[in-house]
Design a protein around this ligand. Structure first.
Ligand code: SAH
Ligand code: SF4
Ligand code: F3S
Length: 477
């Protein structure tokens, strides 16, 4: 779940690291009361976590909190955490010790750990990190007001209960750090796949799909507020399935995509993450049918070796994955594909690794998130398999994967000049105030002169030149 971040990803620059520790500022005022207190939220991990932070903020703004970007003035500091790899947790531990300084200056300030680390470590976190006052898991955010009150009264507060139903469907997220053009919509929570390397099923609980009507309503409200792109989020969007208890109607992911696409032709629709075992031709035909559904699929492969895929419990093999890629090419020839890849999973041989490289040659991903395997306590792999690939071999293989990905991207970019893309303008380029940036349907980042354009406009851009991560272009009519 990560293709939302534009640009070339490098060695171990991952979901959690590419957007680590981002402090959130509030973009819309929706306050019914004011308690005079400031809330500071910092988020790590995948897009779902960033989306959850908007739910957390919404719940606490209702309670009267104001959101601040400055943790020194905060009365409540929340860190929304990620457990996906050991490094992600290490980083958060370091951040917790940095935040101790706030408490020295302002002893009444409260520090809370939200999200996946809270769920994985539970009360152990309170024991290990004395500075922490609150530990709240991903399905317990509605309890935050009560938990904060109890922490204010001096007792440590914890709720890490997972739910089979919670989707926060009725909570209108406060859009944080928003550019006013692109937004996330969570369409489901949890994960029922048991990929043997993965901690998510333990930190996020069982898979459940959100009411389709509430999703379409949220998309419509975003469009009315000026947003022009929504990304539908789930760990495995293709297994989205919602049934209404009243009408007995049942909505699949392909049908949901269609409903959101029909909100308005000017509202772009993206989604993440697709699972190779579940992505159907029906979904591909729906993507093809609607111009505003982006021609871009993030299809994590993890490994190119069928033997390793089986140990990973991914439930597809090399041939199945290639067939799905062929289907994408056949049905949506203009579609770009990106992936997640893990190097050095348990028992991985040089030959398995070569199969991953040859898979990359076969697909030629436009972008990839690449990781060295990190054993996570409690997962199937940790319990049943030996983490037996030496660290230096893992990193050498990872480096080869990263290098190959760079070669593919550089080759692809060489052929870009002259191509024309329809771009949704997202904002001002970091390089110059006179330049804007936006993305193509295929998720390519383009930079071009500002002219009279503004964020939210659609414009055709012809590519003039390319750097490794960005295309530089000119506006054409
Ligand atoms: N639901 C998504 C992925 C969520 S986690 C999917 O199924 O594709 C994001 C990525 O982190 C995974 O795709 C995987 O490549 C990586 N990842 C997960 N657990 C990992 C681990 N233990 N070590 C290294 N990388 C891991
Ligand atoms: Fe983890 Fe697999 Fe679920 Fe993705 S599909 S979140 S990798 S268990
Ligand atoms: Fe996301 Fe990290 Fe949790 S990737 S689901 S925040 S473990």
């Amino acid at each position: 779940m990560a293709e939302i971040y534009p640009g070339l990803e490098t060695l171990e620059k991952t979901h959690d690291e590419s957007r680590q520790g981002e402090a959130l500022s509030i973009s819309s005022e929706k306050k019914s009361k004011n308690n005079g207190k400031f809330l500071y939220v910092e988020s790590y991990g995948c897009a779902m976590n960033f989306s959850d932070s908007e739910i957390i903020a919404s719940i606490l703004v209702e309670e009267g909190f104001s959101v601040t970007k400055n943790f020194n003035e905060a009365d409540l500091l929340l860190i929304n955490t990620c457990s996906i790899r050991d490094k992600a947790e290490e980083k958060i531990r370091m951040r917790i010790s940095e935040l101790k300084a706030v408490k020295i200056k302002k002893p009444e300030a409260l520090i809370g750990i939200m999200g996946c680390m809270a769920e994985r470590l539970k009360a152990q976190l309170l024991e290990e990190e004395k500075v922490v006052d609150l530990v709240v898991g991903p399905d317990a955010y509605r309890e935050l007001p009560a938990l904060v009150r109890s922490a204010e009264d001096g007792s440590k507060a914890i709720n890490v209960l997972l739910s089979r139903e919670e989707t926060y469907a009725d909570i209108n997220p406060v859009r944080l750090n928003s550019n006013g053009i692109t937004a996330f919509i969570s369409i489901m929570r949890g994960c029922d796949n048991m990929c043997s390397f993965c901690v998510v099923p333990f930190t996020r609980g069982r898979e459940r799909s959100r009411d389709a009507y509430s999703i379409v309503r949220e998309a419509q409200e975003l469009f009315n507020a000026g947003y022009r792109e929504v990304t539908l989020l789930g760990q495995n969007v293709d297994s989205y399935k919602w049934s209404s208890e009243e009408t007995n109607e049942s909505v699949s992911f392909a049908q949901l995509l269609e409903r959101v696409a029909l909100v308005n032709p000017l509202l772009r629709v993206r989604f993440s993450t697709s699972h190779p075992k579940d992505i159907t031709d029906e979904v591909l035909h729906t993507i093809k049918k609607y111009h505003n559904i982006c021609k871009y699929i993030h299809l994590p492969v993890q490994s190119g070796s069928s033997r390793v895929l089986e140990l990973m419990n991914r439930t597809y093999n090399r041939e199945w994955y290639m067939e799905r890629v062929d289907a994408i090419r056949r049905i949506i020839p203009e579609c770009s594909i990106s992936a997640d890849i893990i190097s050095g999973f348990c028992t991985e041989t040089e030959e398995d690794h070569q199969q991953t490289l040859s898979m990359m040659d076969y697909v030629r991903y436009v972008m990839a998130y690449m990781f060295a395997y990190s054993e996570r306590p409690g997962t199937l792999a940790a319990r049943q398999l030996k983490d037996d690939v030496a660290p230096e071999i893992k990193s050498r293989r990872l480096q080869e994967i990263v290098d190959l990905q760079h070669v593919h991207q550089a080759e692809e970019n060489k052929s870009e000049p002259g191509n024309i893309y329809e771009v949704l303008v997202e904002g001002t380029s970091k390089r110059s105030k006179e330049q804007l940036f936006g993305r193509s349907s295929q998720n390519k980042v383009l930079i071009f002169p500002k002219g009279n354009l503004k964020p939210g406009d659609y414009v055709n851009v012809r590519v003039l030149s390319a750097t490794s991560a960005t295309l530089i272009g000119e506006v054409v009519n």
